[in-house]
Ligand binder design. Sequence first.
Ligand code: 3Y8
Ligand code: NAP
Length: 255
Amino acid sequence: MMVSQGSTIRALILGGTADASELAAAIARARIDAVYSYGGRTRAPADQPLPTRIGGFGGVSGLADYIRSESITHVIDATHPFAAEMSRNAVEACAQTDTPLIALERAPWTNAPGDRWTEIPDVTAAVAALPEAPAKIFLAIGRQHIAPFAAKPQHAYTLRFVDPPEAPLPFAADVIVSRGPFTLDGELEMLRSRGIAWIVARNSGGDGARAKIDAARKLDLPVIMISRPALPERQRVESVSEVMQWIGHSTRLGA
Ligand code: 3Y8
Ligand code: NAP
């Protein structure tokens, strides 16, 4: 997609991940005009070295209006592989406004020798994959998608949230409040001390949440691994440097 002759760059980073924070630092160092965007899911998101906005745009039309009113010339979708609605909206809004879009998306984890993964498509299938006999289970899938596990209340659940729960939980559970990134030693200690027998995780990829997967292998624990949602076709890279080249490339075209 051509950037018009002589136009200046103004990038919108759809953020909320460690990769997005790394990109924001590179963009700030390069003194590229940009805005960092959080969805407003957590109480105190990490500070960024860029002007930051927090909260939804108001669907596809809200994002398209934002792109136009803020004279955004490039959109980088650096959200999480499970932030499917945001990613879909970005594809649609960038098509409507003819704005260059690239996704910064880490590769999925792949199971290594010794892993005991059961790969399933979604949370509902994850509940079905759990045993019937009561067990100690670590749900490492955050806060938004735990309700279906109320169908198996016989288990002793440990949850991990970024912020303390505001509403009553849909089932009895022990909640760890921690925002990560997590370490192998920390995960081994947590899993051992709680006698966890099963882990439910999403295939987020990246390093920030990988420690529990490595700890499960060391402890020979089964992992119910939720695969990523399908996303529409869009240009996709796995490194900050490729995004910087993409921006630089468009600059050369537009210079
Ligand atoms: C608000 C920004 C950094 C970024 C930290 C990464 C690593 C730790 C792994 C586990 C899994 C989980 C969850 C997780 C990870 C990083 C990274 C990553 C998983 C923050 C952040 C925001 C969010 C939103 C939050 C979700 C939740 C998911 C917890 C900031 C810390 C489980 C995803 O309470 C809620 O509503 C939380 C919602 C979306 C999934 C869910 O459905 O509950 N992330 N996480 C972003 C925004 O508002 O736009 O607060 O600073 C970012 C990070 N989360 O600074 O190093 O980059 O992947 N985040 C999953 O993998 O399933 C934790 O516990 O093992
Ligand atoms: P989602 O379900 O895909 O998005 C739901 C709605 O939230 C979007 O339609 C949009 O609202 C708003 N939104 C999401 N991300 C936004 C952003 N970066 N900036 C502005 N608005 C945003 O999103 P999610 O899975 O809840 O993820 C929310 C945030 O947490 C994202 O920043 C994501 O990167 C981060 N995160 C998510 C996960 C995860 O497991 N999903 C893990 C780590 C980090 P409007 O339609 O009103 O624009």
